[in-house]
Write a protein that binds this ligand. Structure first.
Ligand code: F6P
Length: 323
């Protein structure tokens, strides 16, 4: 293999630039030519390729967002779109790909390889940390710290006004962001999609805390929570406990931006290099990840279909610590 392409796809995540940098520098180090593919699969279809060298990624390791930009492409989900992407890659002589993204990205790469034989090795780039095959994803640590910073500020005002705040954090269908936010942010309750906590149980816990003369409360609600969105939860609690002065805060896309933490920079650098070396060693349809501190390559099929399990002891910790 002489020429590879790298792209970022799906929701951006802090540390994606550090990963692109690692891919480019590892490629240069190993004597490969490397092209940045702009805007994920959308740019691949249009042939938006930029030749990169070591200098192209200078001063990027600390930058949030992605210099390659990102997109979710509907067109790549069609055979016609993938054919166009293949034609563009063939024309540019790109023989292998490093995809930095999440499950949607790897699903696309896997189908693409089966149809056209272009090998892809993935690096997990998503704030959600919902990918099987790695303990942590690139961007997760930064997103949790960003959310926690917001929650600390909410706690100040909740305490001053004796209020109950319902705080929604991101995470798509998983509670990986919500749980450390609840533990680190001193929340009374955390609601995540993985466990079926009813609003009745939330009401009961808050009622008990109120009876113990607690005056302010934080409830963390993961955005994918099954009992409904954060506004519904807050409305139902207020109806049952009118004595609580309730407010809702959605932390939102702030969680996606900002300079990556040291952990995210390290992880991104490690997995970027591993992705290039995996491709060079003939790997395809696998994601580089860290499991129990060891580098692992997990088939896309597993990252897509297997579900990472939430550590239930963390849920218990929230209960114990909010007593
Ligand atoms: O996957 C990252 C993520 O931020 C999720 O947590 C969230 O559900 C989604 O992306 C939001 O997507 P968009 O930026 O398209 O609104």
């Amino acid at each position: 293999m002489k020429r590879i392409g790298v792209f970022t796809s799906g929701g951006d995540a802090p540390g994606m630039n550090a990963c692109v940098r690692a891919v480019v520098r590892a490629a240069v180090y190993h004597g490969l030519e490397v092209y940045g593919i702009m805007r994920g699969y959308s740019g691949m279809i249009k042939g938006e390729f930029v030749r990169m060298d070591s200098a192209s990624v200078a001063n990027t390791v600390q930058r949030g967002g992605t210099i390659l930009k990102s997109a979710r492409s509907q067109k790549f989900m069609t055979k016609e779109g993938r054919q166009q992407a293949f034609d563009q890659l063939s024309h540019a002589g790109i023989e292998g790909l490093v995809a930095i993204g999440g499950n949607g990205t790897f699903t696309g790469a896997s189908i693409f390889e089966q149809e056209f034989g272009i090998p892809t090795v993935g690096a997990p780039g998503t704030i959600d940390n919902d990918l099987y095959g790695t303990d942590y994803t690139i961007g997760y640590d930064t997103a949790v710290n960003t959310a926690l910073e917001a929650i600390d500020k909410i706690r100040d005002t909740a305490d001053s006004h004796d209020r109950c705040f319902f705080v929604e954090v991101m995470g798509r269908d998983s509670g990986y962001i919500a749980i450390p936010c609840a533990i680190g942010g001193g929340a009374e309750i955390v609601m995540v999609p993985e466990t079926a906590m009813s609003v009745e149980a939330v009401i009961e816990t808050l009622q008990n805390s109120y009876s113990r003369h607690k005056t302010s409360f934080i409830v963390i609600v993961a955005e994918g929570e099954e009992e409904g969105n954060v506004h519904n939860v807050a409305r139902r609690v207020k109806a049952a406990l009118p004595q609580l002065d309730t407010r809702v805060t959605i932390v939102g896309h702030i969680q996606r931006g900002g300079s990556p933490t040291a952990s995210d920079r390290l992880l991104a650098s490690q997995l970027g290099i591993a992705a290039v070396e995996g491709l060079m060693n003939g790997m395809k349809n696998v994601m580089a990840g860290i499991v129990d501190r060891k580098l692992m390559y997990t088939p896309f099929d597993d990252t897509i279909h297997k579900r990472k399990v939430i550590n239930q002891s963390f849920m218990r910790m929230v209960e114990i610590l909010s007593v």
